[in-house]
Design a protein. Structure first.
Length: 514
């Protein structure tokens, strides 16, 4: 039992000696412990503790870290130990000690403060079992340092509070019934918290450091006053474009309104209504709208929740309507060439001279010129940078659709007309004047040879022909009726049900002797 530190305490008590006091927080006690142990020839360490103070909090679990000051007398350097709540010794010094010391404790204070007291002892052994000093019961005065509120800035129904505290400390901040917990970070222990629902008026914000492990009492609270602004009533107003201002068919309308009162609704020329949300910070809103007509047209802006309305005319530039009747990608394996065939019209309201496609860089690029009658029918090398994507057009889902426009429609990627891109049609290369029994031949521009060609006759017959590797096909047909005979040449839709082929239509002149 000579090696058990508590035994030295018992011997000292029996001898009527004074222990290192179970001292009050005002005067920590020490115990010399001279003469303890079964053998006077064993020189045990003597230990005194003068100060234990908190230094930081763990950023991981919130435990309180600290340092200890004291003095030890021993023939050799010793380790410092303390008991935990189950009376197990914990080595708390990072290195061996001799003489005066001031060391960081390598275990949390939460682990060794038991009933407000820390029981220390010193030993030269790693486990503390050999020749320990007398136990020293030290009652530290652990007072968590209070935080500092460095600023409290009010805003519109809001406030932001900044401060500093012991590094790693958990700071509890309260304002207008809203309580937040925030951790002090970095060497300077900075912390900050924003409150978003603060009533208008002057409020007191309070902050204190708390021990989340509930070993030590909270620090003293610090307070500061902060003034929150009330809700600003800002009338609905349009900042752009001004009255009678010339604008393109596609335009952006901007303005201000009171936040928190629903969305602003915007339309021009009786076109589609676009809703715009009001920014809580600067109270601004914006909406991009399209006018279905040109000339002097009304710009209408409303805020339904308040009943506010702003309306005045703007001058919409003339613009043409773009219609793309055909957009096919033709492939010629033999020539190793892909071409894009575009065909359609534009109205003559605007002086547009070109049709443009949207590239992968979201830039409009010229595809085809427009003639004086507003028509374009152009075959060009297939533009490899054309932007394609899935789209539902007229209720039909297409795997590949392109975006086209003309300059008078606008210059943003939203000023667009979506058009399905089809695989090229099958071209009839045999004569149109045929006998009642004939062979039809053709060239398939789709480049997809795995799908056969279908020829639909007016009497309900459907002929099928295989496309060879040269993209050519032929099929025999008999007993055609005399006269003009419309036929339709097509291909099956791809297996995924989304890729489609263009259809070619011809009129045969069926005679007895071609």
């Amino acid at each position: 039992m000579a090696g058990f530190p508590g035994f030295a305490v018992l011997l000292l008590s029996l001898a009527g000696l004074s222990l290192a006091s179970s001292a009050s927080s005002a005067s920590p006690a020490t115990a010399a412990g001279q003469g303890a142990g079964p053998s006077a020839s064993v020189a045990r360490p003597t230990l005194s503790i003068s100060r234990v103070v908190p230094t930081s909090f763990s950023v991981l679990d919130g435990s309180l870290r600290g340092e200890a000051e004291g003095q030890v007398a021993s023939p050799e350097a010793v380790h410092l130990f303390a008991y935990n709540s189950v009376n197990a010794p914990l080595r708390v010094s990072p290195l061996r000690l001799n003489n005066s010391f001031r060391i960081p404790l390598q275990v949390p204070l939460n682990s060794i403060v038991v009933g407000g007291t820390i029981t220390f002892f010193a030993s030269a052994s790693e486990s503390g079992a050999n020749d320990p000093s007398a136990s020293v019961r030290f009652r530290p005065n652990i007072v968590l340092p209070a935080p500092v509120i460095t600023s409290a800035v009010g805003g519109r129904n809001s406030a932001t509070v900044h401060g500093t505290a012991l590094n790693g400390a958990r700071v509890q901040v309260a304002l207008a019934g809203d309580v937040r917990m925030v951790m002090a970070n970095g060497h300077s222990g900075d912390w900050s918290v924003a409150f978003a629902t603060v009533p208008e008026g002057t409020h007191e914000v309070s902050a204190k450091v708390v021990d989340t492990l509930r070993t030590f009492p909270d620090s003293a609270s610090v307070t500061r006053r902060v003034v929150a602004e009330g809700d600003i009533i800002r009338p609905l107003h349009v900042t752009s474009p001004p009255r009678d201002f010339p604008v393109k068919r596609s335009l952006t309308v901007t303005g201000v309104a009171s936040p928190g009162r629903g969305n602003v609704r915007v339309s021009v020329g009786g076109g589609s209504v676009v809703e715009a949300s009001v920014n809580n910070g600067n109270h601004g809103w914006y909406a991009r709208v399209l006018s279905p007509v040109h000339g002097s047209v009304p710009l209408l802006v409303t805020l339904p929740q308040t009943g506010e309305t702003v309306s005045y005319p703007v001058k919409v530039d003339a613009f043409g309507d773009l219609v793309v009747n055909q957009l096919t990608r033709n492939m010629n394996r033999e020539a190793r060439r892909q071409t894009l065939v575009a065909q359609g019209t534009i109205s003559l309201d605007a002086m547009d001279t070109e049709v443009r496609y949207l590239s992968r860089e979201y830039v409009w690029k010229t595809l085809a010129p427009v003639d004086e009658e507003g028509r374009f029918n152009h075959e060009v090398d297939y533009p490899t940078d054309i932007l394609l994507g899935p789209a539902t057009i007229d209720g039909v889902r297409h795997a590949q659709a392109a975006s086209f426009n003309i300059p008078s429609l606008g210059d943003t990627p939203d000023d667009t007309v979506r058009v399905p891109l089809l695989f090229g049609p099958s071209e009839l290369t045999s004569p149109l004047r045929v006998g009642r029994d004939t062979v039809l031949t053709g060239f398939d521009h789709s480049g997809v040879v795995t799908y056969g060609v279908k020829i639909d006759l007016p009497d309900g017959r459907q002929l099928r022909a295989t496309v060879d590797p040269d993209q050519r096909w032929s099929v025999a047909v008999g007993q055609l009726p005399l006269g003009r005979l419309p036929i339709e040449i097509s291909k099956d839709i791809n297996e995924n049900g989304t890729s489609r082929f263009a259809v070619a239509r011809y009129v045969l002149d069926v005679v007895e002797h071609p």
